[in-house]
Design a protein around this ligand. Structure first.
Ligand SMILES: Nc1ncnc2c1ncn2[C@@H]1O[C@H](COP(=O)(O)OP(=O)(O)OP(=O)(O)O)[C@@H](O)[C@H]1O
Length: 318
């Protein structure tokens, strides 16, 4: 997926708008300067190293924490001032499900529906619908304490959807899910976006986000990367994976095209070459093909988001 940077201009989007937001805990500056826009109908990935401020930012968006500085708009409302409006618009899936352990899965969803002012029949119907949506029908009568981590994630997602919110905040939604459940989650998230919802997803599973997200916001040490910084990662040095029917001929052609033998890496049957930007990659591929090498693989070694993450987190890793 392309990593599209976001303009730093407050608009009147019905999605999420964050401008120069900061929040400290004593002398820990969890979020120092965060700005981004997430538009309705899109999925935005929130990425950044451990402790970079993602959860703190999500808590502020969800009206659970007040920013010290800056402005947030959720569907046009300020979470600190218009908390009720924001909560009715927003579905929040926290990274860890706090649940009522002795209540059944179904009852948990029904009570959540009642808390959102659905009447008894409507909340029962919604619970029924959501149990099917997240594949928990067979566990509907079980107390939530017996759920596995992945099953808890599904319940947490269902709970976030009870009131059919137009904006969704998903903190590490894929954590604990098996591969089939991850694929289902991806499809569901895309479907929710196609219905016009604004979805912000934070995750460390970047390959997953690559397939799910329309754009990305990178946060490092509490500061979101600028439009220019995000765009610049597209042309930084990046490893490409190349494979040909004849490996020796490929290596000879790479050297003939100007790549030093010491700069050619190996990963099982493939060769790895670092190139700056897609134009350099296209040019090299053209040279290889015109020299008669039968190339069977020519692709970035890591996904777009992982590349952006690795590029921007260089130097900030402790
Ligand atoms: N309530 C709090 N009191 C003190 N420090 C806090 C509090 N909440 C968060 N922090 C600190 O703020 C920083 C950002 O934390 P946050 O949980 O937002 O990061 P994160 O990006 O979500 O991390 P991870 O990727 O590991 O989940 C960390 O240094 C953390 O220790």
């Amino acid at each position: 997926m392309p990593v599209e940077p976001y303009a730093r201009i407050m608009t009147t989007t019905q999605g999420i708008e964050v401008e120069h937001v900061g929040r400290s805990f004593g002398d820990v500056h969890a979020v120092r300067d965060a700005s981004f826009i997430a538009e309705p109908g899109t999925v935005t990935a929130l990425i950044g190293p451990n402790g970079s401020g993602k959860t703190t930012l999500m808590l502020m968006l969800a009206s659970l924490l007040r920013p010290d500085t800056g402005t947030i708009r959720i569907g046009g409302f300020d979470p600190s001032e218009n908390t009720a409006e924001v909560r009715s618009l927003l579905g929040w899936m926290p990274d860890v499900l706090g649940s009522w352990s002795s209540l059944s899965v179904r009852t948990t969803l029904e009570i959540t529906g009642r808390l959102y002012r659905l009447d008894k029949a409507a909340s029962a119907a919604r619970a029924h619908e959501l149990l099917a949506l997240v594949g928990l029908e067979h566990l509907a009568g079980q107390p939530t304490r017996v759920l596995s981590r992945g099953q808890k994630q599904r319940l947490s997602l269902a709970r976030a959807l009870v009131h059919d919110p137009s904006i969704l905040l998903l903190d590490e939604p894929a954590s604990g899910l098996d591969p089939a459940a991850r694929a289902d989650l991806r499809t569901l998230v895309r479907r929710l976006a196609s219905e016009g919802k604004t979805v912000l997803v934070s995750s460390h599973v970047l390959a997953e986000l690559d397939e799910m997200a329309d754009g990305a916001v990178y946060i490092g040490a509490g500061v979101t990367a600028s439009t220019e910084t995000m765009a610049a990662t597209r042309s930084t040095l990046r490893s490409w994976r190349i494979k040909a029917t004849d490996g020796a001929a490929l290596e000879t052609a790479l050297v003939a095209s100007g790549i030093a033998p010491a700069d050619i890496g190996r990963d099982r049957t493939e060769l790895l070459v670092a190139l700056e930007g897609e134009t350099a990659a296209s040019e090299l591929l053209a040279k290889l093909v015109s020299s008669g090498v039968l190339v069977s693989t020519f692709a970035p070694a890591v996904g777009d988001l992982e590349h952006t993450f690795l590029d921007l987190s260089k130097g900030s890793n402790r």
